[in-house]
Structure formats: structure tokens, C-alpha cells
Design a protein around this ligand. Sequence first.
Ligand SMILES: Cc1cc2nc3c(=O)[nH]c(=O)nc-3n(C[C@H](O)[C@H](O)[C@H](O)COP(=O)(O)OP(=O)(O)OC[C@H]3O[C@@H](n4cnc5c(N)ncnc54)[C@H](O)[C@@H]3O)c2cc1C
Length: 315
Amino acid sequence: MNILKKVWVLAEKQAALGQLCAGGRQLGEEVSAILWGEKEEADQAIRMGADKVYRLGVPRPENLKEDYVETIQKLLQEEKPDALFVQPTKRGKLIAGRLAAGLGTSALVDAVEILTDGDKVQIQHMVYGGAAFRTERIQPQTAIVTIGTGVFTPLAEDSGRQGTVIEVEFVEPAVKIKLLEKKSKASAEVNLNAAKRVVGVGRGLVQQEDLGMVEELACLLEAEVGCSRPIAEGMNWLPKERYIGVSGAMLKPDLYLALGISGQVQHMVGVNQAKVIVAINKDKAAPIFSQADYGIVGDFYKVLPSLIEKFKAEH
Ligand SMILES: Cc1cc2nc3c(=O)[nH]c(=O)nc-3n(C[C@H](O)[C@H](O)[C@H](O)COP(=O)(O)OP(=O)(O)OC[C@H]3O[C@@H](n4cnc5c(N)ncnc54)[C@H](O)[C@@H]3O)c2cc1C
């Protein structure tokens, strides 16, 4: 498409950076990444699709990444990219908002699709819990857009790609944020987006202990376990990082196997880009069957043991 001249991306994690660079390449002539880290990470960004990398370096112990807003703002004012795509971590959203305020523009949030109208950036994002889409545009300034995982597919790293790394000088912020305390999170890190196969479990699960058979099947399929929101928020049987949908993870796996999930729109928007959806549900009228490629009408407590046996026999 290459409608935009300059697309900039800002991400804290390399995986997200790869996806945003791929999006930048789809829409823009030149992609620049702003990143914290060592030179090696800057080189990797180039291999992932950036033409230029503005390297902010490794923050000094007395500085937080949030203290770089003025530094980034200065770059945006000087270079005037058409769009800045930001990974929507808590910090990313905060930085996007502050940059928008500093530049006198707005931030467009949670884009699930980037569209263009002439040389203007438009985004679509979900409203009413995923039941509808809204299209938004800002002009004529740099469009600051937060884009979640799964919207763009990262390109394969190309070790032959050439690019420029620009070392950026830190602009001391007028007001700093003071870090009071740092605690590690109890739950294990999970990256559902990296999984090629995902087994999702929903309220059909009767008790937490029964997750064992779901995990066993997932292991045989070399899949990650995901879930619907009530399983993670409410029941608290799985960590929040594992729930899929409009307010959780948005995925594009090769296979999504849904167990005891009704298929409400808020859940399905997180998986409807899976290559193959298989559903097991005891209610033949469950909405998930209208989106599934394959379906088994049945009690998954009865179906799973035979599936597990079958896959074990094939291993
Ligand atoms: C603003 C908003 C945002 C939301 N965001 C999300 C989100 O991001 N992700 C999300 O998942 N939800 C989200 N929800 C909640 C969503 O609307 C649904 O309530 C939720 O997805 C339902 O989860 P479920 O399918 O597991 O449960 P249910 O809808 O209760 O479905 C359970 C299904 O299991 C089947 N079942 C029961 N026992 C068995 C068995 N033994 N074998 C086979 N099948 C069985 C039943 O037939 C039923 O279809 C959101 C809601 C709102 C309002």
C-alpha cells in the first residue's frame, strides 16, 4: 500500500516491535523504530523491518522509561512522521497519552485495523465489548496509535537488511516520575501470541482440578492453554494473561480448540483469525458452532479422554 511516508514504532518487547515494524512496512515507505536497549537490539529491529532505529540507550538507574517522553516528543517534532504505532502496555499507553498531549494531538487507541483515507491514517477499534467497530481519524498531525498484538504478523528476520542506528540524546524531563516500589508478579509469563496452537477452555469446566486433562491434551498438541474471561476473572482458575478476547489476548493461531466455550462475540474476536477453529460443546445451538470449522456436539469430559488416548497412540 505504502500510502504513508514515515511510520514510526515504539515497543518495549522485541516480539511486539517485530509486529509493529511489519505493520509499518505494510503502510509506510520508511519505518523507524524507537527503542531502549543495547546496539544488538537495534540491529535486530533492522532485521525485523526497521530502516532506522532511534536508540534511546539503556535507562540510567535514576530514570524510568516514562522519563523519555520529552526525548521522544522532541524527535517527533523534528522528524514529523505520519504515524507512531505504540505497543499498548500500561507504560506504552501512558507514553502515548503524554506524547499526544505534548504534541497537541490525540491518541487513537486499541486499533484492530489501520486504514488510510488518502494520506490520512484511520483506525478501526472495537466498541460495545466487541459488538461494533468505530472508525476514527486525526489530522493533520502525527497519528499516535496504540496497536495490540496479533494485528500484524511479524516478518521473518532478514539478516541482510541494512539500516541506520541513530543514538538519541536524553532530554532531561521537567517533572520526573519517582519509582517507589517494584514487586515481581506471582503469575508465570505466558505469550499466547507466539503459540501456533491454543486450547481454550470455558465455563463448561466444572472445577479447577479438571484443568489437568485440558493441559494434558494441550501438551500432546504442543499447544498453549487459553480460556474465556470468566475462567480467569471470576473463577481465577487461570492467570489473566491466558484469557482471550476483546479485553484479553487477540490471537491468530493455526489452530484454536475451544472446550465448553459458548462463543460470545467478546471472546471470538480474539480468535476469529485462527486458521482453523474446532469447538466441543454439549449444546448444539451454541453460537461457537457458527464460527467453527469443525465441531463436536458433546460433553468434553467424555470426548477429551478419547482424544487424549488417540493422540498418545500417535506419539
Ligand atoms: C465489555 C465486555 C468485555 C468482555 N470481554 C471478554 C473477553 O475478552 N473474553 C471473554 O472470553 N469474554 C469476555 N466477556 C464475557 C463474554 O461476554 C462471555 O460472558 C464469556 O466469553 C462467556 O464465557 P464462556 O463461553 O466460557 O461461558 P458461557 O457463555 O457460560 O458458556 C459455557 C459453554 O460451555 C458449554 N458446556 C457446559 N458444559 C459443557 C461440557 N461438559 N462439555 C461441553 N460443553 C459444555 C455450554 O453449553 C456453554 O455453551 C466480556 C463481556 C463484556 C460485557
